[in-house]
Design a protein around this ligand. Structure first.
Ligand code: SAH
Length: 394
């Protein structure tokens, strides 16, 4: 194992358990360092600081441990057991009303670069770092050995999350383990959703909106609901169960529109009050926004990195203004941002600007977040990525 040395004065964030080491903080690297390998990191005085995965790029080391320990099978087993323990505390297992949850949420579970979602007995593993790519077989094996958790399939889905340019050994996508037919329907709060492991975005479903979808259900009764950026239609299905008068699901992707139709049919085969439209969100809002009194805006991340922040905030303002301008008095707006680079404060400012631009009286009813199975390490506030506001427009 190689040892990397920090430059003098660069150890403060590590001593506060921040899990990233930036490339500029490191002294020149050994020539034979292999991307993805586990490294020990020491201070310029030779004092042990952390162990993690090294990778080319601005985040050079993703810290796995602040103890001088081996990153072996026992390590993965222990970390995954801890992640399972938290979800058990959150009562996300063993209830037939919920078979989907996030089992590992990167830094929030002390495992930067790793995301695992569970859909029944199938785990979908996503590596965001090369080190996690090389650890994937140990992770898959450990997943099958968790006490009280029965996993019989592990699908690896990292084609879009690993650095494109890296030359890697092994496939970026495919089954790591397949003992049974894949159950491709997940249950969330008693509702059924088809999970598209192979073709879908992220791990096939957005489990992070579970609690916020519940809230849409609560307010949907009698309303005409517009679910913008609907993807697999999570919010739409909840709104239908909540007694919405009518629900329209809009996404620019035809594949998403097909999925939302399938999910509505799976839960409400007789529903006559749902339609799904493949259309650009801005165009749909401008042409038809006036027909709705509850609008959900859950766009893709407008800022994938900090350098894109300014334009992203303008995008959020434009989108929210377009929706606010159309809502009738008493209309509700559920608006979200899943950009990690956009802080809750920035997002609120963008929405505030939209309100001021439309001149409407707007009140904040709820402030929404990611659910508890997407925990945020207090030492890594960047992990707070999902932000939402429920607004009433007078
Ligand atoms: N609300 C969804 C997740 C949204 S993901 C859920 O609860 O599961 C973002 C979606 O926005 C993607 O499906 C993408 O196809 C869609 N999208 C991206 N740009 C768009 C645009 N300009 N107009 C409409 N949809 C768009």
């Amino acid at each position: 194992m190689h040892t990397l040395v920090l430059r003098r004065g660069k150890s403060e964030s590590l001593s506060r358990r921040h899990p990233w080491i930036f490339s500029g903080a490191l002294k020149p690297l050994p020539d034979d360092l292999k991307e993805g390998e586990v490294v020990r990191v020491v201070s310029s005085d030779g004092e042990y600081l952390a162990t993690g995965h090294w990778q080319i790029g601005s985040i050079a080391v993703r810290v796995l441990s602040f103890d001088d320990e081996a990153i072996d099978y026992a390590f993965w087993h222990r970390c995954l057991s801890a992640a399972v323990g938290l979800r058990r505390t959150l009562r996300l297992f063993g209830e037939s009303a919920n078979t989907a949850c996030r089992l590992v949420h990167g830094e929030g579970d002390g495992l930067p670069g790793l995301v695992i979602d569970l859909y029944g007995a199938t785990a979908v593993v996503q590596a965001h770092s090369i080190g996690m790519h090389y650890a994937r077989h140990d992770i898959a094996r450990a997943l099958t050995e968790m006490d009280g958790l029965y996993i019989n399939n592990v699908y690896y889905k990292s084609a879009t999350t690993l650095p494109e340019k890296a030359t890697l050994e092994g496939e970026r996508e495919g089954f790591l383990l397949k003992k049974a037919d894949v159950e491709d329907v997940a249950i969330e709060n008693g509702l059924r959703f088809r999970i598209d492991y192979l073709g879908g975005q992220k791990t096939g479903f957005f489990v992070d909106q579970r609690d916020n979808r519940n809230l849409v259900e609560k307010y949907a009764r009698g309303r005409r609901v517009l679910n913008m950026f609907c993807y697999t239609g999570g919010f739409s299905v909840y709104a239908l169960r909540g007694g919405a008068r009518h629900v329209t699901s809009v996404d620019s992707s035809e594949a998403a529109v097909a999925l939302v139709r399938e999910n509505v049919a799976l839960n409400f085969p007789e529903a006559q009050n749902h339609e799904a439209v493949a259309c650009d969100a801005f165009r749909y809002l401008a042409d038809n926004g006036k027909d709705y009194d509850l609008i959900i805006l859950d766009p893709p991340a407008f800022a994938k990195r900090v350098s894109a922040l300014k334009n992203a905030l303008k995008g959020y303002t434009r989108l929210n203004a377009a929706a606010m301008a159309q809502l009738p008095p008493g209309g509700l707006l559920f608006t979200f941002s899943c950009s990690q680079a956009v802080s809750p404060h920035d997002f609120r400012l963008a929405v505030f600007t939209a309100a001021a631009r439309t001149g409407r009286r707007v009140r904040i009813l709820h402030q929404l977040h990611q659910p508890a199975d997407h925990p945020i390490s207090i030492y890594h506030p960047e992990g707070e990525y999902l932000k939402g506001l429920v607004l009433e427009v007078e």
